[in-house]
Write a protein that binds this ligand. Structure first.
Ligand SMILES: N[C@@H](CCC(=O)N[C@@H](CS)C(=O)NCC(=O)O)C(=O)O
Length: 202
């Protein structure tokens, strides 16, 4: 199996952490999305990372499908509960964490445009999604050791990747002071080797 990824994609990081936690051997191929020869579009018509290329040449996307595939691939260290109601809770945490990343990525892309073409209204709208999302995640994690069923799992990984991305892109927003429950959870997650090995860089 080969994973096409970029080092600073929070979605690709989620997949890499899942593979590490489950001890699944995945060959990593870093790509540059702006490169005209970037192979991603040959495997995902949407042109987005992560993409998992299976040994038979078939490809899987997006990150939510890939993590489900990997979790089923081996029963070692289950990250998504088999119980339906717990699984729905896990997927909801993931949806909100990924949604915070979607909004944060939109802000970053808007801010990269030449200043005269930037839309402050769009930046504000996307930042509101980030802050509303973080507020709800902060309330939901209150007094919990792990997100779902008192067990480390995909919900914690998705949350950790979203917080890592916010920390990486918006250092000066002081999210750790504003959302202390999230800060506490993050401080536990970043001690795991899977998080340490996949720190965002740049
Ligand atoms: N929902 C997708 C989001 C993937 C995504 O947006 N990836 C970004 C990198 S962080 C990307 O490839 N962007 C390139 C583009 O949109 O053309 C997932 O969970 O995999």
């Amino acid at each position: 199996m080969k994973l096409l990824y970029t080092v600073n994609s929070p979605y690709a990081r989620k997949v890499r952490i899942v593979a590490i936690e489950k001890h699944i051997d995945v060959t990593l191929q870093e790509v540059v999305l702006t490169d005209p020869d970037c192979p991603v579009k040959n495997h995902n018509p949407l042109g987005k990372v992560p993409v998992l290329i299976l040994n038979d040449g078939d490809s899987l996307y997006d990150s939510r499908v890939i993590v489900e595939y990997l979790d089923f691939h081996t029963p070692v260290a289950r990250l998504i509960s088999q119980d339906h109601s717990a699984k729905i809770k896990v997927r909801r945490w993931e949806a909100l964490a990924d949604g915070v990343c979607d909004a944060a990525v939109s802000v970053m892309l808007e801010q990269r445009k030449p200043e005269e073409r930037q839309s402050q209204a769009n930046i504000d709208k996307q930042m509101e999604k980030v802050t509303r999302g973080l507020e709800v995640l902060n309330l939901d994690i209150f007094k919990k050791k792990w997100c779902v069923n008192e067990t480390f799992g995909l919900a914690d990984i998705a949350l950790g990747c979203a917080l890592g991305y916010i920390d990486f892109r918006f250092k000066d927003m002081n999210w750790q002071d504003k959302y202390p429950n999230l800060a506490k959870h993050y401080s536990v997650l970043v001690k795991r080797p899977s998080f340490k090995q996949t720190m965002l860089v740049g």
